[in-house]
Design a protein around this ligand. Structure first.
Ligand SMILES: Cc1cc2nc3c(=O)[nH]c(=O)nc-3n(C[C@H](O)[C@H](O)[C@H](O)COP(=O)(O)OP(=O)(O)OC[C@H]3O[C@@H](n4cnc5c(N)ncnc54)[C@H](O)[C@@H]3O)c2cc1C
Length: 273
C-alpha cells in the first residue's frame, strides 16, 4: 500500500547479519555456512542502505523500518539499526526459515514486506547491493520481482520528490541518473556521506524491553513451510572448496639470447604479451 502524497515516506531497509570474518566457515557435510560461534556484524552494504534511508528521514521525515531474516541473535543488527536512527525493527526468525537459498530468502522477506503493507503504507524498500557472505546480489532484484515493483540497482545517491525517485547508479566507468515512480526497490553500493555511528543513548534505548523490536515467525507472515528455508529452496550447494593455486616452474636452456627468445615465445603462447 503506497503512502498518500501528504503522509510521511515509509521506507523498509533490509539488513542482514553476516560473519565478521574473511574466512567463512562451511559445513563440509551439508555445504552450508556455519554461523554458530562466529562473531557477527551488520552487512557493510546494509549499513549504506540504512544511511540512505536515514538521510531521507533527516530531509523528509521518512519512517524507517529495518527488516532482517536470521537466527534470534540477528536481533543485534536491528538494535544497532535502531541506535543509528531507525524507527522500528522486525526480525524474521523461525526454524522453517533455516537453510534458505536466495529464492526462499526473498520469498520470506517479500511476505514480511506484504505484512508491513497490511499494517500501513510502504513506499520504498532499500537493500544493500550484496551480502559479504552469500555474495549473490540476488535478493534485492528478487524482492522487487516478488512485490511486482520497479527496481533500481547499484545506487550511490538517492533523492525522493513527491511520488518520484531520482537515483544515481554507479556502473563501470559511468554514472547513470534514473527516474522511477514509487513504490520501488533499490539496492545501494555507496552513499554521499559515511554511514553514521550508533548513538549511545539510542543504543541503550534499543536494548530495553520497550524498544520497537518485533520477532515474526512463519505463521505471522503466513509463509507455508514448503516455500521457506531448505524445503523452499530450488538450489542446493553440492560442494564447497577453496580453489588451489598451482605454480609450474619451467627452466629455459641455452644462451641468454636463446632464453630470452624462449621466454617471449612462452609469454606469447599464453597470450600474456
Ligand atoms: C545455491 C545456494 C544455496 C544456499 N544454501 C544455504 C543454506 O543452506 N544455508 C544458509 O545459511 N545459506 C545458504 N545460502 C545462502 C543464502 O541463500 C543467502 O544467505 C541468502 O539467500 C541471501 O543471499 P546473499 O547472502 O547472497 O544476499 P545478497 O543477495 O548478496 O544480498 C543483497 C541484500 O539483500 C538483503 N538481504 C540478504 N539476505 C538478507 C537477510 N537474511 N535478511 C535481510 N536482508 C537480507 C540485504 O540488504 C543485502 O545487502 C545459499 C545460497 C545459495 C546461492
Amino acid at each position: 500500500m503506497p503512502g498518500q502524497p501528504d503522509s510521511p515516506l515509509c521506507v523498509a531497509v533490509l539488513v542482514k547479519q553476516v560473519p565478521d570474518s574473511a574466512e567463512i566457515k562451511m559445513d563440509p557435510r551439508t555445504g552450508t555456512l556455519i554461523r554458530e560461534g562466529v562473531p557477527a556484524v551488520m552487512n557493510p552494504d546494509d549499513r549504506l542502505g540504512l544511511e540512505t534511508a536515514l538521510a531521507l528521514k533527516d530531509s523528509l521525515g521518512a519512517l524507517v523500518t529495518a527488516l532482517s531474516m536470521g537466527p534470534i541473535q540477528a536481533v543485534d543488527v536491528l538494535s544497532e539499526a535502531l541506535a543509528m536512527g531507525a524507527d522500528r525493527g522486525v526480525l524474521l526468525s523461525d526454524r522453517n526459515f533455516a537453510g534458505a537459498d536466495t529464492w526462499a530468502t526473498s520469498f520470506t522477506l517479500g511476505r514480511a514486506l506484504e505484512r508491513l503493507m497490511s499494517q500501513g503504507p510502504l513506499d520504498l524498500v532499500i537493500c544493500g547491493r550484496q551480502a559479504s557472505d552469500g555474495d549473490t546480489a540476488q535478493i534485492g532484484p528478487q524482492v522487487a520481482e516478488h512485490l511486482g515493483w520497479p527496481q533500481v540497482t547499484y545506487v550511490e545517491r538517492l533523492e525522493v520528490e513527491g511520488r518520484e525517485l531520482r537515483a544515481w547508479r554507479r556502473l563501470p566507468g559511468l554514472v547513470q541518473k534514473v527516474l522511477c515512480p514509487l513504490p520501488a526497490v533499490v539496492t545501494v553500493l555507496a552513499t554521499p556521506q559515511a554511514p553514521r555511528w550508533p548513538l549511545v543513548d539510542r543504543l541503550l534505548w534499543a536494548c530495553r524491553e520497550a524498544a520497537p523490536l518485533e520477532v515474526w515467525d512463519a505463521a505471522d507472515i503466513e509463509a507455508p513451510a514448503a516455500r521457506t528455508g531448505l524445503k523452499g529452496s530450488l538450489t542446493r550447494v553440492v560442494k564447497t572448496f577453496s580453489p588451489k593455486g598451482q605454480r609450474v616452474t619451467q627452466w629455459l636452456e641455452g644462451t641468454a639470447a636463446e632464453q630470452s627468445q624462449a621466454l617471449l615465445a612462452e609469454l606469447r603462447g599464453h597470450k600474456l604479451i
